[in-house]
Design a protein around this ligand. Structure first.
Ligand code: SAM
Length: 241
């Protein structure tokens, strides 16, 4: 896809969702897309390789988080993979600081290349497992918000992400259309982790007449996370909250 076409398609898809986007943001997303496709030849970053689908299913989808992000300054993406949604949001919000965390180092090497080539100075790349990193003083309760997409089922994910957030901060969680089922099995996790469900923002995008229904949950942290959480991976899996 040529540069002009990329710009036209991205702007059109953003307009459909009422997202404002500047020339600089478009240029940086195009560079990111080119690096994603180049690196995807060598390492597994994304199953989506059609450029139109990258624009809609990755870029515009992640930009939907702008509907729920307000004045949060420090945000961590837990399980960022190839940078979704954290890298897209870091490109969008130059005035916010992003930590992109993943357990898989090879994807982080790709993300560091994106940071270097785009000269981003608001991104910190972090290698580790969420449940281990969240026990460290320097990361625990240090963020205004977390974001995450396609990492784990809601009760498990809440244990991973909520310890990173300051009291009164929010966990922003992107989910597919089975969100109500996930909410229905999460009341114990919400209770134990001192969280409450604020809102569920629903949206739809269409590709080739097929509708994709998506949701963004915003979950508020009301009190400090009990020191017992997050537990280690074995316990989280064996006795999910
Ligand atoms: N968020 C990206 C997206 O939407 O394309 C990646 C989704 S991918 C299915 C899940 C990612 O979460 C993987 O990169 C995996 O390494 C990471 N992950 C899963 N559990 C994790 C944990 N406990 N700590 C850190 N990263 C984790």
């Amino acid at each position: 896809m040529k540069r002009e076409e990329f710009k036209e398609v991205l702007c059109k898809e953003c307009l459909k969702q009422n997202i404002k986007i500047s020339d600089k943001q478009v240029q940086n997303l195009e560079k990111y897309k080119n690096l994603l496709l180049e690196w995807n030849e060598k390492i597994n970053l994304t199953a989506i390789t059609d450029e139109y689908e990258i624009i809609v299913k990755h870029f515009v989808d992640c930009l939907m988080c702008t509907k729920v992000i307000k004045d949060e300054k420090r945000i961590i993406d837990v399980g960022t993979g190839a940078g979704f949604p954290g890298m897209v949001l870091a490109i969008y919000y130059e005035d916010k600081q992003f930590t992109l965390l993943d357990a898989l180092n090879k994807r982080l090497i790709f993300l560091q290349d994106v940071v270097d080539k785009l000269n981003l100075n608001n991104v910190h790349i972090l290698h580790g497992r969420a449940e281990e990193v969240a026990r460290k003083e320097e990361y625990r309760e240090k963020y205004d918000a977390t974001v995450s997409r396609a990492v784990a089922q809601l009760p498990v994910l809440l244990e991973y992400v909520s310890p990173f957030v300051k009291v009164n901060g929010q966990c922003i969680i992107m989910k597919g259309d089975s969100v109500q089922e996930e909410i229905s099995i999460s009341s114990n996790a919400l209770n134990v982790l001192k969280l409450s469900l604020n809102n569920c923002f629903e949206y739809v995008y269409t590709i080739n007449n097929e509708e994709y229904h998506r949701n963004i949950l915003t979950i508020q942290k009301n009190m400090c996370t009990p020191t017992k959480y997050p537990r280690n991976y074995g316990q989280i899996k064996k006795r999910t909250l």
